[in-house]
Ligand binder design. Structure first.
Ligand code: S3P
Length: 415
């Protein structure tokens, strides 16, 4: 699997907490991570790429960043724009952040109102809550934040601001999310306190020592192959060194609960993250399940591909409490329902989820609208292995946002 996108963003951005040369191997090839690299370069950070997936970051440290010469373009990447907002709120200069058409539709106040409470000044250039916006950085004041959204991006942005703030910054999450941030802080030797879902940080008085990290394989990318193998009888698939962060493993649990033969072995630690080998054997038809409640956050990016397995299951496959999917790279609840319905499935879309009545075969042959959303494009490519007739995917190239060579890797597995 390619390196994990979430961990890669953090490896790049957390290098700023150190001073000197950090190195990252197996960095994700995602276009999103290239957006982070471009933004960091615009802030005066030198980043070199000695080989395809190895990067070195010559970090000047948080206190020596340069005011960007131009707009910081986060492209399609919510993680880039939100995490960098946390960094920029504490800087003695102002910056404008923007993104592509999809990012311009994604809510930013979930991070920016908190940063404003810490002292940063925010002005939206066009529409309140959405990019582009300008952050006037300042000397920040720590606060307590009880988040009402289970978002690792929001939590991490506030951690990055808190490491530059006076006093203590306390962030309480409403549910377990991916804890890459905590693990990377530990890996880099940066002090923080944690009590269950509450994390607190204080100003980082001296930069951390430069660190090196080897990024775990991306379980969100692996999920597409896992579902393909689980739904194709006779398949045997082994995925090596996949990240097993407990805030990301819903896809494993859901497939197992649906009756798929999914096993994990050889678990060990890599860069502070649990990794392991996942083996999937395609056998019988999967069973319908309901996914809801606090565990949704642990599979927030995998619901689209799980829905495809759900469309071909025995019984009913339901997702509830997943309203966050409406504000991802596209409105994923609507897109899942519309694409599957067009392909012949019976889907009932709800405000916070959907219910699919499973069937043993789907005709396909329909239009598949990605809305430029990489995960919907990859879902369509996997659907083409499972439907009677292929769907016409309107934009296959957007897979590059997380996994540029997805179609090539998928084709190799079919050989
Ligand atoms: C991410 C967190 C999730 C996820 C996104 C990456 C991260 O978003 O959907 O793809 O790297 O922290 P939220 O934390 O906003 O749910």
């Amino acid at each position: 699997m390619p390196g994990d996108k979430s961990i890669s963003h953090r490896a790049l951005i957390f290098s700023l907490l150190a001073k000197g040369r950090c190195s990252v191997s197996r960095l994700s090839p995602a276009a999103d991570c290239q957006s982070t690299i471009a933004c960091l370069r615009n802030l005066g950070v030198t980043i070199l790429q000695p080989s395809a997936t190895s990067f070195v970051i010559d970090s000047p440290g948080l206190t020596e960043l340069k005011a960007p010469a131009s707009v910081l373009d986060a492209g399609n990447s919510g993680t880039t724009i939100r995490l960098l907002s946390g960094v920029l709120a504490g800087q003695p200069f102002s910056s404008t952040l923007d993104g592509d058409e999809s990012l311009r539709k994604r809510p930013m106040s979930r991070v920016l109102t908190h940063l404003a409470k810490m002292g940063a000044q925010i002005s939206y250039s066009e529409k309140e809550n959405y990019p582009p916006f300008r952050i006037f950085g300042t000397k920040l004041q720590g606060q307590r934040f009880d988040l009402n959204v289970a978002s690792a991006q929001v939590q991490t942005a506030l951690v990055l601001a808190g490491l530059q703030a006076d006093g203590e910054t306390i962030i309480a999450l409403p549910a377990i999310v991916r804890d890459h941030t905590e693990r990377m802080l530990k890996h880099a030797g940066i002090p923080f306190r944690q009590n269950g879902l509450v994390i607190s940080v204080s100003r980082l008085e001296t930069p951390a020592e430069p660190f090196a990290i080897n990024v775990a394989g991306d379980i969100s990318s692996a999920a597409f192959f896992m579902v393909a193998a689980a739904c194709l009888p006779g398949s045997i698939l082994e995925l090596l060194d996949v990240g097993m962060n407990p805030g990301r493993t819903l896809v494993l649990e859901a497939l197992q609960q649906m009756g798929a033969d999914v096993q994990v072995c050889g678990e060990r630690n890599e860069g502070g993250e649990p990794i392991g080998t996942i083996t999937v054997r395609g056998a019988e038809r999967l069973k319908g399940i309901t996914i809801s409640g606090e565990r949704i956050a642990a599979g927030i990016d995998e619901i689209p591909i799980l829905a495809l397995a759900g469309a071909l299951c025995q019984g009913t496959f339901s997702v509830r409490d997943a309203q966050e999917l409406r504000v991802k790279e596209s409105d994923r609840l609507a897109a899942i329902a519309n694409n599957l319905r067009a392909a012949g499935a019976t889907v009932n879309e709800q405000a916070d989820g959907f219910e699919i009545v499973g069937t043993d075969a789907l005709p396909g042959g329909s239009d598949w609208k990605t809305h430029g959303d990489h995960r919907l494009a990859m879902m369509g490519l996997v659907a083409n292995l499972l439907f009677e007739k292929p769907v016409q995917i309107d934009d296959v190239n957007c897979v590059a946002v997380s996994y540029p060579h997805f179609a090539v890797d998928l084709a190799k597995l079919l050989a």
